[in-house]
Design a protein around this ligand. Structure first.
Ligand code: AMP
Ligand code: MG
Length: 404
């Protein structure tokens, strides 16, 4: 058995960022940016008004009220062509260019008008309600950086930078194969000796949420031939995930069949709970992660190992070690030689501290707890007993939340 840290290190070495593709920004939500992006324009391109009112010259304000002559209008989409001179003003609207000669804006609420005469009722200072040219950003400014996941706000920013196309990392294509004679699809009749294949669907959703493209290879039965036939579908994938059959039982054939097919095995057991049987290797150029069949084990190992592989392929760097320190909500016994990942909920204590409360039962087949959990309490091998209120490390279970 190898440690979790060794497993992470070996897996990290097996992946590299995928190539880039050019896409339109209206397809960019949730994609991983592959190149820095510089603005193609200055925003705003000239000084503009931020309110509806009058464009005036601050030096014309000599005592309040004072009167000016309206000589024209500047509206968004059609600025005023002339120059505002002594004791002159133009009507101006939000977003409209400040006319030459004018240096400030008086909001219309602070004026009275009588045809061409504008009476300003308040004192005036320069640059009021004026957005100077380049207030937001200037041409050439790098505002988005490679390695960031694009949000809806980023897409708005890209559009305002006049950038219609961007380069993103190609989505990792992930082939998913479940294994087991007992597995049936959800929705149909279920015999008492059958189990619903929940993992294929959960795994595909994890991959989608992490920015990949899942390809469901279906269920291989526990025979060599069925495994061979199903594995053939993984050709061309960026990652193959197998689920179940990774252990050493009589029907756990995944490793032996893949070995016959040329698997270069990295390791197949990790000192962790849940998730001890986990195969990592390369099968004819395709990296393979063979996850355990129990759904919680598959989920926890996905949160650690699949997540890291996906982040590397998406050019996001190695983002796996986001542990936080919080208060423990109950006493825990000493740990054995395996790194423990306890499913827990989070609550807020009387002093605004965050408290992690582990579920009473930590069975790796209990999806109800896993779905409800907010985090995993991470306990290193041979950790000593620990009391309620002491600090422990947690990993938040946000790996499978859609990232935008
Ligand atoms: P295995 O690793 O194949 O020995 O499977 C361990 C446990 O997980 C068994 O109870 C299996 O029935 C269950 N299991 C395996 N694959 C899946 C799956 N795709 N969906 C749900 N449960 C599974
Ligand atoms: Mg099995």
């Amino acid at each position: 058995m190898i440690s979790v840290v060794e497993a992470l290190t070996q897996i990290a070495a097996g992946f590299k960022p995928l190539g880039l593709e050019t896409i339109s920004i209206d397809q960019a939500l949730g994609r991983a940016l592959g190149k820095d992006v510089a603005s193609r324009i200055t925003h705003p391109p000239v000084a503009v008004s931020s309110m509806d009112g009058y464009a005036v010259r601050a030096e014309d304000a000599k005592g309040v009220p004072f009167e000016l002559t309206k000589i024209g209008e500047s509206k968004a989409g059609c600025g005023f062509n002339g120059t505002v001179g002594l004791n002159e003003a133009t009507r101006i609207f939000t977003g409209a260019p400040l006319p030459e000669g004018a240096d400030t804006v008086v909001i219309q609420e602070n004026t009275e008008t009588d045809g061409q005469i504008i009476r300003v009722l308040v004192s005036v200072t320069e640059n009021k309600f004026v957005r100077p040219a380049g207030l937001d950003f200037s041409i050439g400014d790098i505002l988005l950086h490679k390695g960031q996941i694009l949000t809806a706000r980023d897409i708005g920013l890209l559009a305002s930078m006049n950038v219609p196309w961007i380069k993103v990392h190609r989505k990792p294509r992930v082939a998913i194969m479940s294994t087991g004679d007992e597995l049936v699809l959800p929705g149909g009749p279920v015999g008492t000796d059958q189990i619903i294949n929940s993992n294929s669907l959960a795994c595909a959703a994890y991959i989608t949420a992490m920015g990949g493209e899942p390809v469901n290879l279906g269920i291989a039965r526990d025979t060599e031939q069925s495994l061979l036939d199903t594995l053939a579908g993984a050709k061309g994938a960026d990652l193959l995930i197998t689920i179940g059959g990774a252990s050493v039982g009589d029907y756990d054939l995944v490793q032996s069949v893949m070995r016959e097919q040329g698997l270069e095995l990295g390791f197949y057991r990790i000192a962790m709970r849940p998730g001890k049987p986990l195969i990592f290797g390369q099968l004819n150029g395709v990296p393979v992660l063979g996850l355990p069949g129990n759904p919680v084990s598959a989920g926890v190992t996905t949160a650690l190992f699949v997540k890291m592989a996906m982040d590397i392929m998406l050019g996001l760097g190695d983002t796996q070690t986001n542990l936080e320190s919080v208060a423990l909500g109950t006493d825990l016994n000493a740990n054995d030689q395996r790194q423990d990942y306890l499913r827990a909920t989070l609550a807020t204590g009387a002093n605004a501290e965050i408290i992690a409360i582990p579920f009473n039962r930590q069975d790796s087949a209990m999806m109800s707890c896993f779905a409800k959990a907010d985090c995993l309490i991470v306990r290193a091998p041979f950790s000593e007993a620990i009391k309620k209120g002491e600090l422990i490390s947690i990993l938040r279970l946000n790996f499978c939340q859609v990232r935008f």
